[in-house]
Write a protein that binds this ligand. Sequence first.
Ligand code: SF4
Length: 336
Amino acid sequence: SNKLLEVKDLEKVFHLGGRFFGSKLKAVNKVNFDLDAEKPEILTFAGETGSGKTTVARMILGLETPTSGEVIYKGRNVTHIKKRKELLEYMKEVQPIFQNPFETFNPLKKVDSYLFEMAENYEIAKTKEEKQKGVEESLNSVGLTLKEIKGRYPNELSGGQLQRVSVARALVTRPSLLIADEPVSMVDASLRMSIVNLFAELKTKYNVSVLYITHDLATAYYISDRIAIMLRGDVVEFGDIDKVMLSPLHPYTQILLESVPQPDPEGTWKEDIKLSSLEVKEFSRLGCKFYERCPFAMKICKDVEPPYVFKDGREVKCHLYSEEIKNTEKSEETVN
Ligand code: SF4
């Protein structure tokens, strides 16, 4: 098989300080997935803040060290790259796009210089003309021209334009994979769809795959091929976007979708969660992470980690669908 990216049993455990000193928090619990090298796709990791989706992205980008598990890129283990040269090679192919374009760009620096620096740092082209051409092409692929942005400072561009420039910058190295962490949450609502559409375009026109990290299920539904729903470090449901969004199986996905439709970053999914003792306890419990809130919770759900069950085009991590307990537990009354 020809894989672009293989993520195997990826885990991250944080050791907590302060009043939780001595506690461990498993921010990411055994995440597994592949991206096909032949068939570019947009894969979304969705979840609330603290679900682990950003940590997954950061581990793939080498910005966070996994506690265990592996990241394989084009057959090469890139989990613990240390050498600068190897890192550059990898980063040439896998580029991040961050949340806030106004933080990505120094206000005192002209935006086009970022693209030329990319071409320089990654030795994309030899001559000045080649470099210029590469930069121009990247800008064109996001709907901008060099003329439009040349000599301009970040505050002279709109949030939407600036996020386009940051996508263009990522494209200078001709990457095969973009990892975009909440790329539109700081962009005006009216412009969000056009930026998100850009990813869909890059996929079809330039064969770029995208890992789209978001809490916004509306935009995710619009562009994704597959989706992984995360809850407290677990991927609870994973598969074909239509299957998961139109006929969710996991009780958490079902509740999420009932309360979705508005893309609203300031809404119920708060950016800055302060963990309560209950949450720390819930993170470290072995059983289902949705136990406290699940309307279908059974006794087994409290302490036994649900297995992944393949069902109807997706994987779902829930005891409701596991065969072994079908005839015993399920006939008992629910506990919540
Ligand atoms: Fe609910 Fe149990 Fe399924 Fe968890 S494993 S979602 S508690 S039914």
